[in-house]
Design a protein around this ligand. Structure first.
Ligand SMILES: [Zn+2]
Length: 344
């Protein structure tokens, strides 16, 4: 089969032949129909960036993908050949304290497909059956690969009631774009998006944000105060991991508000712990991945009901063989893209 493979400890990757995976008894062999590029994939391609860890080479990466089940391990129950599945990349152990307390997404023995295990930038991928989400029909086929990042945004946004609340989305890369749509669908009174890219601010408006603000604009703070009200935003969903964005988000939040930390920083973030958090009674919530599978049920409902349409955030599709063009687009300074999809 053909695959996008990391072959050296330098920036880049190769499109080349690879062996079709041999599945174990609890795995499915999935014929990949589409994959999308995640921040983790970008870090592996760039050989640098938030959360980057060198995989064992050669390594097929790709965390977000979907496809058709073509082979089923002897112990993998509940699937038939031809089933259309999206993949949950967080492979949980099922027996640790977190797993037994319904927190599989932060399993103590977590392994991630496309980071610790071979991924989906290939014609075929081996997927543990417990990490496959079987679609009941083909209505979400075109957005199959983005179920995973969309689910992360669902988890980040919906862990608290947002009806009538003012929400600031900090960072409008795909996770932030999805979050804008989800917050609006959840009944937020006002959704304010912040991003330096004019292209992505436009996408945020298409996704349902009421306004989109450039953080480098001198009137940014007064703009935030105009849209969030003088008391500040009720919730900040921080998707960028950038120091300046975190500082701005903390400033924009009202006392007692909820700060959701999702974006991964490249270096440690410094903040006024006492002044910004303790004395203002802020609630800081770290979000990693999706609740397995609670977030998936929520997103299926949001997507099938039409409450949120993620399609405006999906802006480009490339063939696997043209993957370098896709990564160049995401790496470009002006970020004229939303979610980028790759197809075999
Ligand atoms: Zn576990």
């Amino acid at each position: 089969m053909k695959a996008i493979v990391k072959t050296s400890r330098t920036r880049g990757a190769s499109y080349r032949d690879a062996e079709v995976p041999v599945i174990t008894k609890d795995e499915l062999l999935v014929r990949v129909t589409a994959a999308s590029i995640s921040p983790g994939d970008l870090a592996i391609f760039n050989h640098a960036g938030p959360g980057f860890a060198t995989p064992t080479l050669p390594f097929i990466f790709g965390q977000e993908f979907c496809g058709e089940v073509v082979e089923i391990g002897s112990q993998a129950k509940g699937f038939d050949k031809g089933d259309f599945v999206s993949v949950e990349s967080h492979v949980f152990c099922g027996v640790c304290g977190q797993c037994r307390n319904d927190q599989r997404h932060i399993c103590q023995n977590l392994r991630v497909i496309g980071r610790d295990l071979q991924g989906g930038f290939a014609e075929y991928a081996a997927v543990p059956a417990r990490c496959a989400w079987k679609h009941s029909d083909s209505s979400l086929k075109d957005i199959g690969p983005v179920m995973e990042p969309f689910g992360s945004a669902v988890h980040a946004v919906l862990s608290e009631d947002l009806v009538g609340r003012t929400v600031l989305i900090s960072g409008c890369a795909p996770h932030g774009l999805f979050a804008a749509g989800i917050a609006k669908a959840a009944g937020a009174k006002r959704v304010v998006a912040v991003d330096a890219s004019a292209y992505r601010r436009k996408l945020a408006l298409k996704m349902g944000a009421d306004t989109a603000i450039d953080p480098s604009d001198k009137t940014c703070l007064s703009g935030l105060s105009k849209f969030c009200g003088p008391e500040g935003a009720d919730a900040v969903i921080e998707m960028s991991g950038a120091q300046k964005a975190v500082a701005l988000g903390l400033k924009a939040l009202r006392p007692g508000g909820r700060f959701v930390a999702f974006g991964l920083p490249v270096t440690d973030i410094s903040l006024d712990y006492a002044g910004d958090i303790v004395k203002r009674g802020l609630r800081l919530e770290g979000v990693a991945g999706r609740e397995i599978f609670r977030s998936w049920y929520k997103m299926e409902s949001l997507l099938k009901s039409g409450a949120v349409d993620p399609r405006p955030a999906i802006t480009h599709t490339f063939a696997f063989k043209d993957f370098k063009k896709a990564f160049a687009l995401i790496n470009s300074k002006d970020k004229k893209c939303g979610k980028v999809i790759l197809k075999p």
